[in-house]
Design a protein. Sequence first.
Length: 132
Amino acid sequence: IDTSFNKWNEKSQLRFRYVEIQLLIGYQYGKGKFETEFSSGVALGFLSGKKGNIIATDLNAAIPANQQNIPFNKPLLSLLLRIGCSYHLNENMSIFTRSAFRYTPRSAFGTGYPLYQRNYSVGLQFGIKYTF
């Protein structure tokens, strides 16, 4: 019986850059100066750049992600959910805060690549909104 085992350690980063088109449907309810909001929808992202190192398909080394033979899914569809509230400072301006959830059910890597990765993120957004 012959068994071989390869181990390697490497610290690196992999960054994807996407341009997104978001489509959201929502509901807002206000009473006085306060308003609550709920929205959900989808985001279609198109890969516009990648930088860093990625694990090679044979899983034995890290190679630059900009090599053409790495199968990336260029369009990615994400599901979006947002819940928040706002306070009206005047007729046109308000401050808001909302929690945002994003889930991408499809891997960023295409078929033929041994790594399957689904992404999700949870965040808190806040800012000032001006209505024309």
